[in-house]
Design a binder for this molecule. Structure first.
Ligand SMILES: Nc1ncnc2c1ncn2[C@@H]1O[C@H](COP(=O)(O)OP(=O)(O)O)[C@@H](O)[C@H]1O
Ligand SMILES: [Mg+2]
Length: 222
């Protein structure tokens, strides 16, 4: 059974100047353990596709099924729990909380889950797994390099042990060497930890890490 499937999914943004069709009828299935890249020109619907996959955005029509459940049948509370327990999000801009330390940023999702008892220990464990050393734990995100900040963001995405990672241009703000190191890390999470990884990227070098590349043009699969 696929972990995520789309059946005739559309997303239309109604704007005064006319409708913007971001997704124009997408059918796809992603299997457990796959590493899938999503590529396509700017404005082709990549971020919209990823947001709909992560139930951060609702489709205009069609059906999305995540871990065997139709998201249209889930209420807001169920969707929140599904995102919290099954999905890790990683963004181009890292989206770390500037006033919290590295270790506080990482443990935050676990504290939200009411697990302050284990959050510090578990945060230190995932930080070690992504290659952030103890000397950085009390730093603020702004005191770290871009590559280190993205590692912290990946640690935060991993802390609830999600089934899959949704990554929107995670290397887009990094130089090519640092970007490659982040790809290696995501590849390792896929191979060794069994995480399904779905990643939007502009970088054609990344195709060698992936099992499969999905190409979007004007909201359609190319
Ligand atoms: N919130 C929104 N409101 C209106 N139009 C949007 C919104 N988000 C995205 N779009 C439009 O949908 C299309 C696809 O956008 P996006 O998914 O961000 O593409 P990509 O990530 O491939 O650059 C673009 O034409 C974009 O302008
Ligand atoms: Mg985008």
């Amino acid at each position: 059974m696929p972990v995520i499937s789309f059946d005739a999914v559309t997303k239309v943004y109604p704007l005064p100047a006319g409708d913007v069709v971001a997704l124009a009828g997408i059918d796809l299935a992603i299997e457990e353990g796959e590493f899938v890249l999503i590529m396509g020109p700017s404005g082709s619907g990549k971020s919209t596709l990823l947001n709909v996959m992560g139930s951060l955005d609702v489709p205009t029509s069609g059906e999305v099924t995540i871990a065997g459940k139709r998201i249209s049948r889930m209420d807001d509370d169920e969707l929140t729990l599904m995102r919290r327990d099954h999905i890790g999000f990683i963004f181009q801009q890292f989206n770390l909380i500037p006033l919290l330390s590295v270790v506080e940023n990482v443990e935050y999702p676990l504290i939200l889950k009411g697990r302050r008892d284990v959050s510090r220990e578990r945060a230190e464990e995932v930080l070690a797994a992504v290659g952030i050393t103890e000397s950085h734990f009390t730093h603020k995100p702004g005191e770290l390099s871009g590559g280190q900040q993205q590692r912290v963001a990946i640690a935060r995405a991993l802390i609830n042990d999600p089934d899959f990672l949704l990554c929107d241009e995670p290397t887009g703000n990094l130089d090519s060497k640092t970007g490659t190191a982040i790809m290696e890390l995501l590849g390792r999470m896929n191979r060794e930890e069994g995480k399904t990884v779905i990643m939007v990227t502009h970088d054609p070098r990344m195709t060698e890490y992936a099992d499969r590349t999905i190409r979007l043009v004007d909201g359609r699969l190319a």
